[in-house]
Design a protein around this ligand. Structure first.
Ligand SMILES: Cc1cn([C@@H]2O[C@H](COP(=O)(O)OP(=O)(O)OP(=O)(O)O)[C@@H](O)[C@H]2O)c(=O)[nH]c1=O
Length: 686
C-alpha cells in the first residue's frame, strides 16, 4: 500500500536506488516505493576540505553515486532508468566528517569522539531524472540534505569495546547504528530519526511533491552527456562537466541550476519523460514473465487474454491462423474461425470478447489461436533467439534454413515474435530485441530459457489437467498442485534438472530483492528451505558478511546442485543439507527463509510446514517469506511471477495473519523488485 500520494507518483516509473545500504532499501520499500537496487561504484573519496560544509560534501557524494549508476546503466544497454536515487550519510562533529570506520580501532576513535557529546548526522540525497535518447543520456538532478542532532551518553570504555566487538559499527557512518544496538548509546535525538538510519524519508516525500506538483520544475540541474565517460573516470568529472552544484549552494534552500523557469509544458525532457511514463521499461522482465505464464490464466478459465493490456491483440497478427506444433512439422494449419475481421482496429479488447464477436466459443478460439506462451516456447525450443544472436539480422528464409523448418510457417513465427516485442523486424531481416538478448538467449547471464523449457514441458500439461481437478470436486489450485508436485517428485532426473534450471534462472532475478527487502544483519545464520541451487543463499551471504547460510532441499535436488555455477567468494559460508522439510528435522538457524514456496502448497501442507518452522525457530529468530505479490486493487489480473507456482498470491494482510497464526510477531511486509511481496516475522517466546 502506498500511503503517500507523492511516492505513488513514482509507481509506474523505473526507479533505481543507487545504494547498497540495506537500511535505505528497507526505508524506501516500507514506504511502498518499488525500485531496483544497483549499488553505486562511485568511490567516496571527494576532497572533504574543498567543501564549505559537511552537508555539501554529503550532497555531492550522493549526486555522484546516483550519476555513476545512471551513466553505467545507460552505457550498458543504452537505456537508463527513469529515476536514480543516491544518498550519503555522514556524521559530523563540528567540521570533522566521520564516515564508515575502516577497522575496529577506527570505530573506537570515532565513538570516543562522539562519547558524551552532541553531533550532527547529515544525509545528502540526489534524485536524478534520466532520459536516454539517440544514444545520449540527459539527466536532471534535484538534491537536498537533512540534518538530525544526536547526543551520546557518557559511555564506559568497556561498553564501547563491547559494542565495537558486536560488529555492528563497521558498515555505518560514525561507527554506530541507532536503529539497533547503537540505540543504547543515544541519550536524545532531535530531528528525523530515519535520517540518522540512512534516508530522510519525510524530506524525500516533500522533495517529490515539490518536483511533481509545482507549476515550475525549478531547482533542476541539467547535464547532457554526449558520450558517457567510462565508469572509473566518472568520479573525476569536474563540477561543470557533471552539472555539479557549487557545493556551497547545493544544500537546503541554496539551489541554483541552469534550467530556465517555465511551466510544466516546458519541463525538462528527462523529467517530462519520467512524469509521463515515456521511456520507461519494466525493471523486471515483467512482460516476458507474464507472457510465459499467460496460459495459466486462460487454462484457469480467465476471461481476459492475459496480454490484452500490454501486448494483446494489438500485436497479434491480423487474420493469421497457425499452430507452432504444425510449424515444427512444416504442416499446413487448418480449422479455426476464418472471419478475423473482428480483430481489425480493436486492440486491447479481451480475447473472449473477440471470440464472441467472431461468433465462436472461446475454447475453440484459443485452440486455433495458440496463446502467446506457446509461440514463445516454440521459438525457444527451436533456438531461434540463439541463431539470431549469433547471426542476425536474418531473413525468414535464412532462419528457416538454419532451423530446418518450413519457410512459410517460420515467417509467421517470426512475425508473431516481432509482434510480441521479442524480435525486431527491419528490411535487413529479423533480430533479437533487448529483452530477447537478455532473457531468451540460452547462455545469457539472465536467461529465462529454463523457465520457458519447464513451463512448456511440464507446467503446461499440469494446467491442462485442471479440468480433472474441477470435475473431481477438488479445489482447483490444490488439485493442480498436487499433480504438479507429485510429478516433480516422482519423475525423472531430467525433470528435476529442468525444474532446477527454471528455479535457478528465476532466482537470479529475484534473489537480490529478497535478500535486501529488510535489514537481516541481526541474524548470524539462515536456512533457505527449498533453496535449490543456492542462488538466494549466495545473495544473502554476499549482503551480510557475518551470515552462515544453509540450503536445505530434497536429496535429489542437492545432489544435482553442484552442476549449477553460483560462484562468488561467499561459498565457504554456504552449505547444502539434504532433507524433506515435511519430515526431517530442520537445520538450526536464526532465520528461516521460504522464497516462493508457500504458494505451491495446499493449506494443510502449508500449515504443517509453517508449524514445523515455528517449532524449530528460537524466540527472537525470524522467518522471511517471499512470494509473488498480489495485484493491487484495480490493477490488471495478470499472472505476474506465478511462474513455477500455481496458487493465488496472498495480500500483505493475509501474509501477516499467516505468520502470526504460527507464532511470529512484529510481522513486516515490503514490496520488492516490483513483483515480490517479502514478509519478515520474529518468533515470539512460546
Ligand atoms: C549513523 C547511522 C548510519 N547508518 C548507516 O551508515 C551507512 C552510511 O554510509 P553511506 O556511505 O551513506 O552508505 P553505504 O552503506 O556505504 O551505501 P551506499 O549508498 O551504497 O554508499 C548507511 O548504510 C546508513 O544506513 C546506520 O545504519 N545507522 C546509523 O545510525
Amino acid at each position: 500500500m502506498v500511503l503517500c500520494p507523492v511516492i505513488g507518483k513514482l509507481q509506474h516509473k523505473r526507479v533505481v536506488l543507487a545504494s547498497a545500504s540495506p537500511r535505505r532499501q528497507e526505508i524506501l520499500s516500507n514506504a511502498g516505493l518499488r525500485f531496483e537496487v544497483v549499488p553505486s561504484r562511485f568511490k567516496e573519496k571527494l576532497h572533504k576540505a574543498s567543501f564549505a560544509t559537511p552537508y555539501a560534501y554529503a550532497v555531492e557524494t550522493a549526486k555522484q553515486k546516483a550519476l555513476e549508476v545512471a551513466g553505467r546503466m545507460h552505457q550498458k544497454d543504452l537505456r537508463a532508468p527513469d529515476v536514480v536515487i543516491g544518498a550519503d550519510t555522514i556524521v559530523a562533529v563540528g567540521a570533522m566528517i566521520l564516515e564508515k570506520p575502516v577497522d575496529k580501532q577506527d570505530a573506537y576513535r570515532m565513538l570516543s569522539r562522539l562519547n558524551g557529546k552532541e553531533h550532527s548526522v547529515f544525509t545528502g540525497v540526489a534524485i536524478v531524472h534520466c532520459c536516454s535518447k539517440d544514444g545520449r543520456l540527459d539527466t536532471e538532478v534535484s538534491e537536498f540534505y537533512e540534518e538530525t542532532t544526536v547526543k551520546f551518553s557518557e559511555l564506559s570504555e568497556e561498553l564501547l569495546w563491547e559494542y565495537i566487538n558486536s560488529g555492528e559499527p563497521m558498515d555505518k557512518a560514525g561507527g554506530y547504528g541507532i536503529q539497533a544496538l547503537g540505540g543504547m548509546l543515544v541519550e536524545y535525538v532531535h530531528g528525523d530519526f530515519l535520517n540518522v538510519v540512512g534516508f530522510p524519508l519525510n524530506h524525500f516525500c516533500k522533495e517529490l511533491a515539490r518536483l511533481y506538483y509545482p507549476p515550475r520544475p525549478a531547482d533542476l540541474r541539467r547535464v547532457r552527456h554526449d558520450s558517457i565517460p567510462a565508469v572509473d573516470t566518472f568520479e573525476n568529472l569536474s563540477d561543470s562537466e557533471a552539472g555539479g552544484a557549487d557545493p556551497g549552494q547545493s544544500a537546503k534552500g541554496g539551489r541554483g541550476g541552469e534550467q530556465a523557469d517555465g511551466d510544466r509544458s516546458q519541463a525538462p525532457r528527462a523529467l517530462d519523460a519520467a512524469l509521463n511514463g515515456a521511456d520507461s521499461r519494466p525493471r523486471f522482465p515483467t512482460g516476458l514473465l507474464e507472457l510465459m505464464d499467460g496460459f495459466k490464466a486462460s487454462k484457469r478459465g480467465a476471461t481476459l487474454c492475459p496480454k490484452s493490456r500490454e501486448v494483446g491483440l494489438e500485436c497479434w497478427p491480423r487474420g493469421r491462423l497457425w499452430d507452432p506444433a504444425a510449424l515444427l512439422a512444416g504442416q499446413q494449419v487448418d480449422g479455426g474461425p476464418q472471419d478475423t475481421s473482428c480483430l481489425q482496429g480493436r486492440p486491447g479488447l479481451p480475447m473472449a470478447d473477440h471470440a464472441d464477436q467472431a461468433g465462436v466459443c472461446w475454447g475453440s478460439w484459443s485452440k486455433c489461436h495458440p496463446p502467446p506462451p506457446k509461440v514463445l516456447f516454440t521459438a525457444c525450443k527451436l533456438k531461434l533467439f540463439d541463431v539470431l544472436k549469433d547471426q542476425g539480422p536474418l531473413q525468414a528464409v535464412d532462419v528457416a534454413r538454419k532451423l530446418s523448418t518450413c519457410a512459410g510457417r517460420t515467417e509467421q513465427l517470426l512475425d508473431v515474435c516481432a509482434a510480441l516485442g521479442l524480435l525486431e523486424k527491419t528490411r535487413r531481416g529479423y533480430s533479437n530485441t533487448e529483452v530477447a538478448t537478455l532473457h531468451l538467449v540460452s547462455d545469457g547471464e539472465h536467461s529465462l530459457q529454463g523457465v520457458a523449457e519447464y513451463n512448456d514441458a511440464h507446467v503446461w500439461g499440469v494446467f491442462t489437467r485442471l479440468g480433472l481437478a474441477v470435475r473431481e470436486g477438488a479445489e482447483q489450485t490444490r488439485g493442480a498442485l498436487g499433480a504438479m508436485e507429485e510429478e516433480r517428485l516422482s519423475q525423472s532426473r531430467e525433470l528435476t534438472l529442468q525444474f532446477m534450471r527454471a528455479k535457478h534462472s528465476l532466482s537470479k532475478l529475484t534473489a537480490h530483492h529478497v535478500a535486501t527487502a529488510f535489514d537481516l544483519s541481526r541474524f548470524a545464520s539462515a536456512c533457505d528451505l527449498g533453496g535449490c541451487t543456492g542462488i538466494l543463499a549466495r545473495e544473502l551471504a554476499q549482503e551480510y558478511p557475518r551470515l552462515q547460510v544453509t540450503v536445505f532441499d530434497l536429496p535429489e535436488v542437492t545432489e544435482l546442485s553442484g552442476g549449477f555455477q553460483c560462484g562468488g567468494r561467499q561459498t565457504e559460508r554456504i552449505r547444502f543439507v539434504s532433507g524433506d522439510f515435511f519430515k526431517d528435522s530442520l537445520p538450526e538457524a536464526d532465520l528461516y527463509v521460504l522464497s516462493r514456496m508457500l504458494q505451491d502448497w495446499p493449506d494443510d501442507k502449508l500449515h504443517k510446514l509453517l508449524s514445523r518452522i515455528s517449532s524449530s525457530c528460537k524466540p527472537g529468530g525470524g522467518l522471511l517469506v517471499a512470494e509473488a505479490a498480489a495485484e493491487e486493487e484495480g490493477a490488471s489480473q495478470s499472472p505476474r511471477l506465478r511462474t513455477l507456482s500455481a496458487g493465488q498470491p496472498r495480500s500483505p494482510d493475509e501474509h501477516r495473519r499467516l505468520l502470526q497464526r504460527h507464532g511470529f510477531q512484529d510481522v513486516r511486509v515490503a514490496r520488492a523488485g516490483d513483483l515480490l511481496c517479502v514478509v519478515l516475522g520474529t518468533r515470539a517466546a512460546p
